[in-house]
Structure formats: C-alpha cells, structure tokens
Design a protein around this ligand. Structure first.
Ligand SMILES: [Mg+2]
Length: 125
C-alpha cells in the first residue's frame, strides 16, 4: 500500500509531481503533502511513508536539513528519499547523497525522467 510524501513549498509543484506519477502508472495508494521540512516531520509522525520526494529550497527547514534531521533519529533512516530540485550542481548532488538521499531529479523534469527515477522505488501497474 505505497504511501508517498511530497515535500515542496510550491503547491503547484506538488500537484505536478502527483500528476506525473499517475500518468506514468506508478502505483501509489496515498499522497501526503508537506510544505517544508518541519511540516514533513510532523506528517511522518502521523504515518510513515514508503517514499519521500523532497524539494531542496524551502522556508523553515530546507530539504537537506530535513534529510539530516530525519536520519539523525535513526528511526526513519530506512525510508527512501528522492530529491526533486532546481539545484543540479555536482556538489549539491553529492551533499544529498552523503546525507542519505537515494535518488535525484532536477527541475524542470520530463515525465520520462521522473518516472525513470521513481520507478526504482514504485511499481508500475
Ligand atoms: Mg522550493
């Protein structure tokens, strides 16, 4: 019963990501949205997702701060996280990987790019 948490300060982007996941026929039962890292931590306490898709630049708590905070607890460190961000530099990709991100997609993405990356974590119906 895959549950996906989408963390992005743009509500439009959260919807675009969901739309692309559905169009790619990737199996998701429930989408949960969060507007920043702090909000995401609260949402996770309400139910552990199977996959987290996370923006980098957000107010209150950025994506990288969120990953580091999440992984510092240990409890949630096995939830795969894919960064979806405009930040595409090698150093930022490396920082995300070092912090524990399992995947990376740069905006703007094509539907194929997104589904190829998320297909590593979600089944196709
Ligand atoms: Mg943002």
């Amino acid at each position: 019963m895959p549950k996906v948490l989408i963390v992005d300060d743009s509500s439009v982007m959260r919807k675009i990501i969901q739309k692309n996941i559905k169009a790619a026929k990737l199996v998701v039962d429930e989408f949960v949205e969060a507007a920043d890292g702090k909000d995401a931590l609260e949402k996770i306490k309400g139910g552990i997702p199977d996959l987290i898709l996370c923006d980098w630049n957000m107010p209150n708590m950025t994506g990288i701060e969120f990953i580091k905070t999440l992984h510092s607890t240990g409890e949630y460190s096995n939830i795969p996280i894919v960064m979806i961000t405009t930040e595409g530099s090698d150093s930022m990709r490396q920082e995300a990987a070092d912090a524990g991100a399992k995947g990376y997609v740069t905006k703007p993405f094509t539907p194929d790019q997104l589904s190829a990356e998320l297909g590593k974590f979600l089944m196709v119906s």
